[in-house]
Design a protein around this ligand. Sequence first.
Ligand code: BG6
Length: 487
Amino acid sequence: MQTDSSFTFVLFGGTGDLSMRKILPALYEAHRAGGMLAESGRIVAVARHAEDRDGYLQWVNENVKSHVSKNGLDEAAWASFLKRIDYVKLDLGKPEDFALLRDAVSGLPGIRVFYLATGPSLFVPICRALASVGLNENARIVLEKPLGYDLKSSNAINDAVGEIFAEEQIYRIDHYLGKEPVQNLLALRFGNALFEPLWRREWVESIQITIAEELGVEARGDFYDNTGALRDMVQNHLLQLLSIVAMEPPHSMDSDSVRDEKLRVLRALKPVDERDIGKVAVRGQYHAGGIRGTPVPGYATEPGVKKDSTTETFVALKVEIENWRWAGVPFFLRTGKRLADRVAEIVVNFRPVPHSALGSPALRPGANRLVIRLQPNETIRLYCLAKQPGEGMNLASVHLDLAFDQFFREGQMEAYQRLLLDVINGRLALFVRRDEQEAAWRWVEPILNEWSSANRPPKPYAAGTWGPAASSAMLAQHGTCWLEEEN
Ligand code: BG6
């Protein structure tokens, strides 16, 4: 991909964790690949900690280098990448410092991108300060999640930012939308005629979407303890995945066609009645346990976490979509920290054959299933029944496999790289529109309210397991189980 879209990429939070682990490595990769970033494109890091450009580059060398390029560092590309970087020392508490930023970027080429890799409480002050020095013109602004804490606070941020930037200038990041396999889900659904006739209530019995992590809260205890899994993962990543799985075919892949269809799904989510929350939502918190044989501490003893914390580190939900395609089909969503495995996958359980001339095995689970593994090891696996060789008609579950790394050995792109290139090139399709975000907050809000007002403490689970028993019990009520429980 060759581009001539020149840009000035201003990175607020230039010495933050996200810049270190994701944003700068993604920009480096795009630079190293050649042709993806215009030669004239500049990166202007903004932070308080480094004194000057040399100090900042030293920080980049010490902290970012280890996060770049899994295939070994290309020293020449790294050296030329550093030449793209400028630095402005700026104290966000001093509006006058923004004049320095304006001077630093004036005369730099191309579209201006302001990436706010900061806490959400700084979004509005930064936008106002940018506007005060006229930097909101001919610019795009990128907002990291979480955008707010609930519907009200998210609306307040969106209202204030919306006074300064038009909606088409605002790029709300959900990095799951940039993942290659999530893109592939769109290709699978809308590039093949095969699945579409089956992708509906008449043929689908239930759908599971899991994002499981082995990691705990790492160094983010403070942030996480005020957030919890529902806000951190469900309101955004899981509901976005759900909307892509369930959406109607868009008429084109332009940004608003895709987002309109996702929005329809989010608006069709059956509202959760607070009286039913015990039946459709499970919250859990890990205690000490072991991940692959290594002991790990419980959540409440993690740094930054309150000893008596009731924040959830696990959520399982039963969700329904009130439209003709999906009425009555349960979607089971699940996410958690310190679970038994790191896996993100979508499991589509098709209905068994209506009558089996081949005996009862044809009615059992393990066949008629599509498993889309998003990470690790991206694969799509279609389970069916086949006859075992030999005498008699004995059926066995077999699968057709599509392992992407065997088909496409090159060209995989990390989510942040794709999304940053999209911002620079003005492609909005993979960014969350305000109305989608509102619909998602609106849906999760009764659960948030009930969990906080009814003082419903999370159920404990041991680190290294698949969460509280109540999560399995919820599926059992619907005559099904999580995929890993079948084996
Ligand atoms: C982030 C959450 O949005 O996604 C983290 O804040 C989580 O808590 C992360 O660990 C998971 O992303 P990935 O890409 O590693 O699955």
